[in-house]
Ligand binder design. Structure first.
Ligand code: ATP
Length: 242
């Protein structure tokens, strides 16, 4: 059995008096792609932001989050980043006025690597995403949505993460571009990258994932191997348009 990378137990999150998560428990093991699927507002981003230590005003967190064997529910995002967690937030959030290369370097500086190591890492990213290499001197804001999503993933990979969190990578992208983004996710998975993916586009997420959790208004209602979850008639009716 592979090692557990992330174990979340009974996670409750409130924003002020509004509850966003109800005793959510799930885990991610080394080398797995785990998908959390759910509708708009189900709490998917809340899970990722809470796991990666993003502080938000008015937010209260109860429960246990264990990352690489250490309890981290009260640790800040920069500590988790240093431990090897990289979070690609919803909506991509690249720096639009900075060049593609500057955006990538920001991901690498987190690990305080020296210049030649950073150049090697940049070359690796350009091999994986040739379009970023071709456009490396351009302002990131001029890239298409799909290219910005590649850049956001590339920036996260520059930190050489142990664990990659992807928040709704399909958001706002045309179907063909979504397919390209999922090809990248599939490649990362084939290389053994451990990934926690949250997605509203359940069909794509279940195709790429090893295991899945269904999140319904803040509660995990179903879990299992992704193929089994995808075959569940309730999941098909609610999330797969059957
Ligand atoms: P989406 O795909 O629309 O982002 P989601 O599944 O990621 O949906 P969340 O963004 O996690 O859902 O939101 C879960 C609930 O928490 C929603 O009711 C949302 O309005 C609420 N919420 C999220 N962030 C905040 C915040 N900073 N302050 C107050 N309420 C919030």
């Amino acid at each position: 059995m592979p090692d557990t990378i992330l174990s979340v137990r009974d996670l409750d999150v409130w924003y002020g008096a509004a509850r966003a998560l109800y005793a959510a428990s799930f885990e991610v093991r080394e080398g797995e792609v785990v998908a959390i699927i759910g509708n708009n507002g189900a709490g998917k981003s809340t899970i990722l932001k809470t796991v990666s230590g993003v502080q938000e005003l008015g937010k209260t967190v109860h429960g246990e989050i264990e990352f690489l064997g250490t309890r981290v529910e009260h640790k800040p995002a920069h500590t988790l980043a240093r431990m090897g967690l990289a979070h690609v937030p919803e909506g991509r959030r690249v720096f639009p006025q900075s060049s593609v290369e500057e955006n990538l370097l920001l991901g690498g500086y987190r690990r305080r690597r020296n210049r030649s190591a950073l150049q090697t890492d940049l070359a690796d990213i350009y091999l994986r995403f040739p379009v970023l290499g071709r456009r490396r001197k351009q302002a990131a804001g001029l890239l298409s949505g799909g290219e910005q999503q590649m850049l956001a993933i590339g920036r996260a990979l520059m930190a050489e993460p142990t664990f990659l969190l992807l928040d709704e990578p399909s958001l706002g992208l045309a179907p063909l571009v979504v397919a390209d983004v999922f090809t990248i996710i599939r490649q990362l998975a084939a290389e053994g990258t451990t990934i926690l993916l949250v997605e509203q586009l359940a069909r794509m997420a279940l195709e790429v994932a090893d295991r899945a959790y269904v999140l319904d208004t803040g509660s995990i209602t179903t879990t299992g191997p992704a193929a089994i979850v995808a075959a569940d008639p309730r999941v098909q009716a609610a999330y797969l348009g059957a």
